[in-house]
Design a protein around this ligand. Structure first.
Ligand code: C2E
Ligand code: CA
Ligand code: CA
Length: 631
């Protein structure tokens, strides 16, 4: 540095100028310069440092900005997505500021408010509430609910409202919280009209009969229960009428179920028309209806009502252009004398109805205690019957059918009549158990047993003088209605190796109450197999001749009630003669049953009846006894 300065001085000073004295000065310069150089170097160093830091900071900042941008993008995307999701929702969602100003709202909510987002935001809390309430029906409870949120700001609130166009909404108000600080509230609501309607529908269905729309059993039970309470409090004498249509099954079978349903609807309308406002009509199921009559019904009024009911049902029902007339049987039980629970009153009215049926239908019957005893007897008998079937506690008695017109009287067949053997050796006669076994279906098992037992007996008789003597078996309408009946008869015959012509079936006219065509088909199949058919108790049922012309019957059995009056009642004689004539004209053999006296027999013989059956010849008796008869 020193030399450099000296050189510069020599350049600018005269050449002879001594620069030595300047040494001190130079030295001072030099020092200063050094100092400056050092300072500069230091400065330079520190400047370099600062710029690195700045660069670093700059880099960090650039990075952070980038991150913020990414986050912002993501947030923006998420926000748009959330908004889109909210807009797509059928639920209306509105977020409010703590002051009650609208902050955000989705499309459904804005549609409900009938405002744009900007408009909604510009509304004051009050006018916004007004816009919300414009459509709402039960504003009072809604406002009350909203108000209550003010007092419990951090609680969720649920409620319902109904709109003026009858839609049901449910809503939710939840606080918008951040770190326990309330930022506002979210109000969401949705249309639940459909599910509400479904609920109402379900409720309706649970209490009403699907077909007729009448109150159903559950509903009636409720109503009766209520009526019982009133009856207890005010000493009302209310009544229950249990109504069962007579022979409705016949309509169902002949016209089909769909028409049967139409019939029931029409019947329910007619029944309803006979009642007063205060009376209740319900359907228990099938063709069973129930009427609850309130206090003011005297016995006479009940009787009048019954006549009205019968009258209205007696007007022909047109089904597929065919007129149908129907009657009903009614059982009546009285509050509280017959019971103090709905179930008991219905059960007793049912018992009384059953009795009305038994007494010939188309009538009403009041419950009394004897019916209960009968019902208990029925249940007990059914139990015992089941056990008897299991234990094989039956025997067959046989009663001969005698041919009387050929000079020598001769057994041409026997009728099998079932008896129930008791443990003590006594016998129970069919009149006290056949009807019950028909009701509960046990008859099918009995018939099967009778058929098998008869076949077994026929095989035993093969080697006796009774060989080739046919056995007649009584068949119930329930048997014939069973689709498997024909197969079962044929397979029993085949199993025992018995030809069809050794079995005859005795049917009463009741078998034709159901589908006549299908009965005819079944009987034709049996006939093909050689099985003969006999129309039993002829004259006591409908005695409609229409099925006589279509059916391959072999015998007509005149009911014993006509035979028993033969000698004393001219009309009976006239009927018997007519049946015999008709039978002959149709090519049928006529059998008279219940022949007890010689006089009866003579009259019948004179009237050209060739086959008789009755105590005159033999009471029904054991197979061994029959073998020893001398005819
Ligand atoms: P049903 O088929 O009319 O049988 C004739 C009934 O009259 C028999 O009564 C017989 O004992 C009785 N009887 C016969 N001759 C005379 C007579 O001269 N005078 C009087 N007063 N009665 C006579 P039972 O055996 O008590 O049978 C009653 C009814 O029970 C039968 O009437 C029949 O409908 C039914 N039944 C009997 N056995 C069976 C069976 O195995 N299956 C079915 N489904 N029903 C049967
Ligand atoms: Ca018979
Ligand atoms: Ca008979």
């Amino acid at each position: 540095m020193n030399k450099l300065i000296q050189r510069l001085l020599r350049k600018h000073l005269p050449s002879d100028h001594d620069v030595t004295p300047l040494g001190a000065l130079l030295h001072a310069f030099e020092e200063t310069l050094d100092q400056n150089t050092q300072d500069r170097l230091m400065l330079e160093r520190s400047l370099m440092l600062t710029s690195d830091e700045l660069n670093e900071i700059n880099d960090t900042l650039i990075h952070q900005i980038k991150e913020i941008k990414t986050v912002k993008d993501q947030l923006e995307k998420a926000f748009i997505k959330q908004a889109a999701i909210l807009d797509a929702s059928l639920e209306g969602v509105i977020s409010f500021t703590p002051e009650g100003q609208l902050d955000q709202a989705n499309k459904t909510a804005l549609k409900f408010l009938d405002l744009s987002l900007e408009e909604a935001r510009s509304h004051s809390p009050k006018s916004l509430l007004r816009a919300l309430l414009k459509n709402i029906h039960n504003t009072q409870s809604f406002i009350g609910n909203i108000r209550s949120t003010r007092n419990s700001k951090n609680k969720t609130l649920k409620g319902n409202f109904k709109t003026k166009d009858n839609k049901f909404f449910e809503y939710n108000i939840v606080p918008e919280l951040m770190n326990n600080k309330i930022l506002g509230s979210i109000f969401s609501f949705r249309d639940i009209s459909e599910s509400q309607n479904n609920q109402e529908l379900l409720k309706y269905q649970a209490y009403h009969d699907n077909l007729t729309g009448l109150p159903n059993r559950t509903n009636i039970l409720h109503t009766i229960k209520h009526a019982i309470t009133l009856s207890k409090r005010y000493k009302h004498q209310a009544k229950i009428l249990f109504i069962d249509l007579d022979d409705f099954k016949k309509i169902n079978d002949t016209a089909g179920h769909e028409q049967g349903d139409r019939f029931l609807i029409e019947a329910s309308i007619r029944l309803k028309s006979t009642l007063r406002e205060s009376d209740t009509l319900g359907r228990l199921g099938g063709d069973e209806f129930l009427i609850l009559l309130d206090n003011t019904h005297s016995q006479k009024q009940v009787k009048d009502l019954h006549s009205r009911i019968l009258q209205t049902l007696a007007q022909p029902f047109m089904i597929k252009n065919n007129p149908y007339v129907i009657s009903c049987s009614i059982g009546i039980s009285s509050f509280l004398q017959d019971g103090n629970t709905p179930e008991e009153l219905i059960r007793k009215a049912d018992m009384a109805m059953y009795q009305a049926k038994k007494l010939g239908k188309n009538r009403s019957h009041y419950f009394d205690e004897s019916l209960e005893r009968l019902a208990i007897h029925r249940v007990k008998t059914e139990e015992n019957l089941r056990a008897a079937i299991k234990n094989n506690d039956f025997i067959l008695h046989y009663q001969p059918k005698i041919e009387i017109h050929k000079g020598q009287e001769k057994i041409i067949g026997v009728e099998a009549l079932i008896r129930w053997k008791k443990e003590d050796g006594s016998l129970i006669y069919p009149d006290s158990f056949i009807a019950i076994s028909e009701e509960n279906g046990l008859i099918k098992k009995l018939t099967q047993w009778v058929l098998e037992e008869s076949c077994r007996q026929l095989n035993i008789w093969k080697d006796t003088k009774l060989k080739n003597t046919p056995i007649s078996i009584n068949i119930s309408a329930i048997d014939i209605a069973d689709f498997n009946f024909v197969n079962s008869v044929i397979s029993i015959l085949d199993e025992h190796n018995i030809p069809g012509n050794l079995i005859e079936l005795e049917l009463t006219e009741s078998v034709f109450f159901s589908d006549i065509a299908s009965v005819n088909n079944k009987l034709a199949l049996l006939h093909q197999k050689g099985v003969k058919l006999s129309l039993d108790d002829f004259g006591t049922g409908y005695s409609s001749f229409s099925y006589l012309q279509d059916l391959n019957i072999d015998y007509l059995k005149i009911d014993k009630s006509f035979i028993q009056n033969l000698s004393t009642n001219d009309r009976s004689l006239a009927i018997v003669k007519s049946i015999i004539d008709m039978g002959r004209n149709l090519g049928l053999s006529v059998i008279a049953e219940g022949v007890e006296t010689q006089e009866d027999k003579s009259i019948l013989l004179k009237a050209d009846c060739h086959i008789v059956q009755g105590y005159l010849y033999s009471k029904p008796t054991t197979a061994e006894d029959i073998e020893n008869l001398h005819f």
